[in-house]
Design a protein around this ligand. Structure first.
Ligand SMILES: Cc1cc2nc3c(=O)[nH]c(=O)nc-3n(C[C@H](O)[C@H](O)[C@H](O)COP(=O)(O)OP(=O)(O)OC[C@H]3O[C@@H](n4cnc5c(N)ncnc54)[C@H](O)[C@@H]3O)c2cc1C
Length: 338
């Protein structure tokens, strides 16, 4: 039986450094320990929070239940052709270390997703994405335990219903499965993706751009723009970029000619949430210890290590003010507990 620690402070296990206490905390290192921990929470009928790296959650308050942190490790080549390798990776592996491992082993595709904090098991939950790539493009399948029954289920890429920062695990199957491993189809030959303008610009002087050069450039851009959570607590982007109709953009553009948008399809566009927050006057503003990051208004920071409720109060002020000024609803990206 894995060790259950009572009255456990989660401050060091969430990148927003919120001081919240869980009734019980247990780290699991393999499927058997996970099965036992889930069986305990079932018999005690207590709320459950699955934790990876804690880089996409906000703890509004103490957690009245069991927090299970996935620490399982392991990578296995499960299939190979002349062009591709299928790599099955345990949920508890660190995401950025996986990206580096693939590059060191001449396996390509993940390089644009370098330096995203967190675990492999959480990557499919919100279909992590950055610099022109979403992880759904590389995932072929994943394994998960159904929390209620403990049954192991394999999900194909299609059945994960991936969308922009979204998957079935945030929708109809929310809080119902623990992802235990993810299988990626990686390329043996390099096909770099330079569709993201800032990345293309950063690499414009290099004649032959390798996946390693892409990874290095992504790391450099991220380090220049985003606060390091180890120094200034944060959870990355606090809001999703809102998707609106082209007609709504047309109306907004009449008042705000420089509004930043990206096409989604023939009738929808994505607005830059950071631009909306900035234009609403929030960049650099602070409220009771939480702050809007001065270099990137989409990021809320928690330099004073204030409570989750404090950070959420600031987020709600921002939502209200953006709705009033632009008529646009900002949706929070991190999951909020309890
Ligand atoms: C500085 C910074 C930059 C970031 N940049 C990006 C970015 O560019 N793109 C992007 O998409 N995200 C970004 N993020 C957000 C975050 O890194 C990702 O969402 C990451 O995948 C979260 O992983 P985690 O292990 O920390 O998840 P956690 O925060 O521990 O958990 C997030 C959610 O997933 C659930 N979960 C975790 N593991 C499992 C599992 N094995 N099975 C089932 N459910 C699980 C949790 O219960 C929770 O609901 C950034 C965050 C920070 C702090």
């Amino acid at each position: 039986m894995p060790l259950f620690l009572p009255h456990f402070n989660l401050q060091k296990l969430n990148t927003l450094a919120v001081p919240a206490v869980a009734d019980y905390f247990v780290a699991v290192h393999n499927d058997d320990e996970l099965r036992e921990a889930l069986a305990f929470t079932r018999t005690e009928n207590c709320p459950l929070l699955l934790l990876g790296g804690g880089s996409n959650i906000v703890l509004r308050d103490d957690f009245p239940g069991v927090v299970i942190q996935l620490k399982s490790q392991g990578k296995e080549v499960v299939a190979e052709t002349d062009d591709h390798v299928w790599l099955k990776v345990a949920a508890g592996e660190n995401w950025h270390q996986l990206v580096q491992y693939t590059l060191n082993n001449a396996l390509y595709g993940l390089e644009n997703l370098s330096l995203i904090p967190g675990s492999v098991g959480a990557a499919p939950i919100q279909n992590i994405g950055a610099y022109g790539v979403e992880v759904k493009e590389l995932i072929t399948e994943l394994s998960a335990f159904e929390i209620r029954s403990g049954i192991v289920v394999n999900f194909t890429n299609e059945s994960c219903r991936f969308g922009y920062r979204d998957s079935i695990f945030k929708q109809s199957l929310k809080d119902q499965y623990v992802i235990t491993s993810v299988t990626f189809r990686l390329n043996k030959t390099a096909h770099v993706n330079l569709s993201y303008p800032a990345l293309r610009d950063a690499l414009r002087d290099i004649e032959t751009v390798t996946p390693q050069a892409v990874s290095d450039a992504v790391i450099a851009i991220r380090q220049s723009k985003l606060p390091d959570p180890a120094i200034i607590p944060n959870v990355g982007s606090f809001f999703k970029n809102p998707i609106i109709s082209s007609e709504q953009l047309h109306v907004l553009r009449a008042n705000f000619p420089d509004i930043v948008s990206y096409p989604v399809d023939s009738h929808r566009v994505k607005l830059a949430a950071g631009w909306l927050i900035d234009r609403a006057g929030w960049r650099g503003k602070a409220a009771a210890g939480a702050q809007v990051h001065a270099q990137q208004a989409l990021v809320l920071t928690n330099p004073a290590k204030a409570s989750g409720a404090t950070v959420l109060a600031l987020a709600e002020y921002i939502q209200q003010s953006v709705a009033e000024q632009f008529g646009v609803v900002l949706e929070m990206e991190p999951r909020i507990y309890p």
